[in-house]
Design a binder for this molecule. Sequence first.
Ligand code: GH3
Ligand code: MG
Ligand code: MG
Ligand code: MG
Length: 316
Amino acid sequence: MGILIIDDAEDTRLYLQAVLASDGFEVYATASAQEALAHLQDRPSIDLILLDVIMPGIDGIELCQQIKSDAAWRDVPVIMVTALTNIEDLDRAFAAGAMDYIMKPVKKRELLARIRSALALKTEMDRRKEREEELLRVTAELEEAVRKLQNLSSLDGLTGLANRRRFDEYLASEWKRAIRNGTPISLILFDIDWFKPYNDTYGHIQGDDCLKAIASLMPKVVRRSSDLVCRYGGEEFAVILPDTSQEGALAVAESIREALSEAGIEHRQSPLDRVTVSVGVATAYPSPSSEPVTLIGYADEALYEAKRQGRNRTVE
Ligand code: GH3
Ligand code: MG
Ligand code: MG
Ligand code: MG
């Protein structure tokens, strides 16, 4: 254990040094604040500081303040060594961060007892700090794991879009918000045209790739951060558009349909020789007596109508 003595009186320094060295401590003696600071810079392995109060230049209390305001030394316990006449300074010494004090003339047994108890307190504080840091780390890891699980449980594994569970949650919460704010909410449902023949022709793996390709087109056409694109079912997708009128939703729906058609994914069994989608759009002004399921019903009817009218079109 390394102890740094700071005292301008040589006899005190020599005495403290002798007592501590004979008790097995590694002792460093300095005669001024400047000398002590230089020593601390060079030798960081100091476990405790014995600090005289009255010294020419920077006195003990000011030095204690300096040490305690430096992150590198903050945790090193400081014991003030003071003459009876400086007892009024003790309040200031404790305010400056001193852990304990000892009166001059220093008695050997008291000195060793106070040093041991300061070092024990320091060890206990270190242990507590370690436990707190460990607890913080574990808490952060746990929060991260919970976030990951929440993500996993709300995302569709194939496309990375929101899944049906997330769709239901988001629609319910946005429905409530729309009631509070008196704003509309729109829903787009779209379904791949002739997808069964697509799978039959190209195989299920390419069918999956087609679903992924469609999902990856979505960020370009659905841009508001409050909009949520979901994989609603097998080859059916949904977009929840909070605070969006019928007109706005129709524009988004048409840009989805066009973007897909323009992507030109080959589909020999489709009349247009490429993958297309049919789109249904519905808009509601939610009220406390209404339910989100009615909006889904309207969008579904519109989608069915788009299929009936020949596919690759949007119906509201
Ligand atoms: P329509 O134009 O009327 O929508 O005809 P369709 O053939 O697309 O409709 P249908 O509902 O008969 O077929 C949907 C097909 O989508 C059947 C099913 O095998 C396929 N499908 C559903 N989910 C997946 C999936 O995750 N991967 C693949 N590859 N195919 C899927
Ligand atoms: Mg002095
Ligand atoms: Mg379908
Ligand atoms: Mg289909």
